[in-house]
Design a protein around this ligand. Structure first.
Ligand SMILES: *Cc1c(COP(=O)(O)O)cnc(C)c1O
Length: 363
């Protein structure tokens, strides 16, 4: 389906590399909606964005890779958690565009087991031919960025042409332009399908997705759309500070200074605990509900927590007056396999033949 995206002119000044499958589908979640008391519940399938299992890093990478190509880069560098979806998708994009990719793995999740270190996105990074580097801390974003910049300088001195994809909040959120486009895509898609909505639920980590969607809706004149963001990386106070800076820079990127204010930032950390990358009971329930009511797979680190936050708010009656609620599915499913031991423990009890399986494996 071709859609005329009203946000195209907002991002037209920035080079872009075509990487994904767009528009992504928009689907109803009637069975889940009935269960949690939301009449018009929809899901935007950003997990179906095409490249390397999809997810919400494909749209940002179209802009980062566009900038890298415009700068004549031959090498991409990126930092993230061991199971980062951004790194996996960047490694795939680099492979597709004929660039070398260096990934830096930060130790963000303590007590991680061997499966976490080998499976999921780590396996995929290996398959894409990425070069691995390790960074011993997980909560020092600027030190992690500095280490990548130092590696880029060394590569440049050796004759390479590196491009760093920066994640720190002090950098302009170039990748957020991909979600400005997604906001336009959603408006065109819902208009074409006759769907009315006024609430969007989205995860907020680096904030590219959150900032882009919010800026996109506001720049397109939709002050009525609530963007309810769920924390996946840090608590609500820290995320609110980060997003205030991000929104200012996002507005500058699309040349609409002053586009949003504090009242536009709705940030909820009810499902974030105990910390980044660690499951909790509400997230386990959300993973099960999406799978067993809708046949949809969420991930344990991001979309599962966002879904848990949405379910919590729905049960508290927060969406009772909403015209329509759209859950942005940001992908991340490869990490399911990195959390296999934990998830098997959670879901084995739901399987009728769990006892037989346990007996057969001698457990
Ligand atoms: C990165 C990621 C997020 C968070 O998106 P940001 O744009 O970094 O805020 C959410 N869900 C998944 C699956 C991700 O990989």
């Amino acid at each position: 389906m071709q859609l005329d995206n009203p946000a195209e002119n907002l991002v037209a000044a920035h080079p872009r590399a075509a990487l994904g499958h767009f528009p992504t589908p928009l689907e109803a979640m009637d069975r889940l909606g009935a269960e949690i008391g939301v009449d018009n519940l929809w899901i935007k399938r950003e997990d179906c964005s095409g490249l390397a299992f999809g997810g919400n890093k494909v749209r940002p990478l179209e802009f980062y890779m566009g900038a890298a190509q415009a700068a004549g880069a031959d090498t991409i560098l990126i930092t993230g958690a061991v199971q980062s979806n951004f790194m996996r998708t960047a490694a795939a994009a680099a492979a597709k565009l004929g660039l070398t990719c260096h990934v830096q793995l930060e130790e963000r999740v303590d007590g991680a087991d061997a499966t976490y270190r080998r499976s999921g996105n780590i396996l995929l990074n290996r398959m894409f031919g990425a070069h691995f580097h390790h960074f011993p801390v997980g909560e020092d974003e600027s030190a992690a960025d500095d280490a990548v910049v130092a590696r880029a300088a060394a590569l440049r001195a050796a004759g390479h042409r590196p491009y760093v994809i920066p994640l720190g909040a002090e950098h302009p959120p170039l990748g957020g332009l991909g979600y400005v486009l997604c906001a336009g895509e959603l408006l065109a898609q819902t208009a074409a399908a006759g769907i009315d909505f006024d609430t969007v639920v989205v995860g907020s980590g680096s904030g590219l997705t959150h900032a882009g969607l919010l800026a996109g809706f506001r720049a397109l004149g939709r002050d009525d759309i609530r963007v309810a963001a769920m924390c996946v990386r840090r608590d609500a106070d820290a995320q609110r500070q980060r997003m205030a800076r991000r929104m200012a820079m996002m507005a500058d990127l699309i040349q609409r200074p002053g586009l949003t204010g504090p009242a536009d930032l709705e940030i909820d950390d009810q499902a974030f605990f105990p910390s980044y990358g660690k499951l909790n009971a509400a997230t386990e329930e959300a993973l099960g509900l999406f799978a067993q009511r809708e046949g949809l797979l969420l991930d344990p680190v991001y979309s599962g927590k966002v879904a848990a936050g949405m379910i919590g708010r729905a049960r508290a009656g927060d969406f009772a007056a909403a015209k329509g609620v759209i859950f942005i599915h940001t992908g991340g499913q490869p990490a399911l396999f990195a959390y296999e031991p934990k998830l098997t423990a959670v879901f084995a009890g739901d399987s009728a033949d769990a006892a037989a399986e346990a007996a057969a494996s001698g457990a």
